[in-house]
Design a binder for this molecule. Structure first.
Ligand code: 6U4
Length: 173
């Protein structure tokens, strides 16, 4: 089964006591009751950047421009017990935007200090990939969930494919 294409955008600002990130309490649908990143599904015909700009606006009222997005990589969420929940998630950060985050039917936005993320209220995989993203890194990771769809069975970084000097894929010896 192919994974749904989804996006997440983490707005970053410098707070009084250190860097902060905008997350939100999910009020509807997938992840209800958890503190999650802002984002959602990529609609047919949209690029990932177009989708995340639209989702940030719909969920928080904040206007982010595509040129202010930084690509922070990909995390694939694999739910072996519910493959229809599998998601290919494009990650972005942004330091520039217009407007103040406001609540919507879907999300109650809240700023959190990057060094004290509310991990007990988030998906259990969050600390496997989110701190790297918030420090400005880029990830390419596959997170496989437990059979309860809550715990983390494994998380593995996907290494870039080894290339031969002529640029082709390396053949195993
Ligand atoms: N294990 C996991 N850990 C995590 O931190 N985020 C996850 C996750 N599995 C899925 N997500 C995120 C990625 C994606 O942005 C989001 C699901 O998309 P949505 O919130 O948009 O879904 P909904 O079905 O509620 O809403 P719509 O897209 O508006 O239909 O959940």
């Amino acid at each position: 089964m192919t994974a749904a294409r989804v996006t997440l955008c983490f707005l970053l600002r410098d707070g009084d006591s250190g860097p902060e990130v905008l997350l939100g309490l999910k009020r509807t649908g997938f992840g209800l009751g958890k503190v999650v990143g802002i984002g959602g599904h990529v609609e047919p015909g949209e690029t990932d950047g177009e989708a995340v700009v639209r989702e940030v606006l719909e969920e928080t009222g904040v206007v982010v421009r595509q040129e202010d997005l930084t690509d922070a990589g990909v995390v694939q969420f694999v739910f072996p017990a519910r493959p229809e929940w599998n998601m290919h998630t494009s990650l972005f950060t942004a330091r520039t935007w217009q407007g103040e985050p406001a609540e919507s039917d879907e999300i109650l936005p809240e700023w959190f200090r990057v060094d004290t993320l509310p991990v007990d209220r988030m998906w259990q995989d969050a600390d496997h990939w989110l701190p790297v993203v918030l420090e400005g890194g880029r990830v390419n990771i596959v997170v496989t969930m437990d059979s309860d769809n809550e715990g983390v069975a494994s998380s593995e970084s996907v290494l870039p494919q080894a290339l031969t000097p002529d640029g082709g894929p390396a053949t195993p010896r």
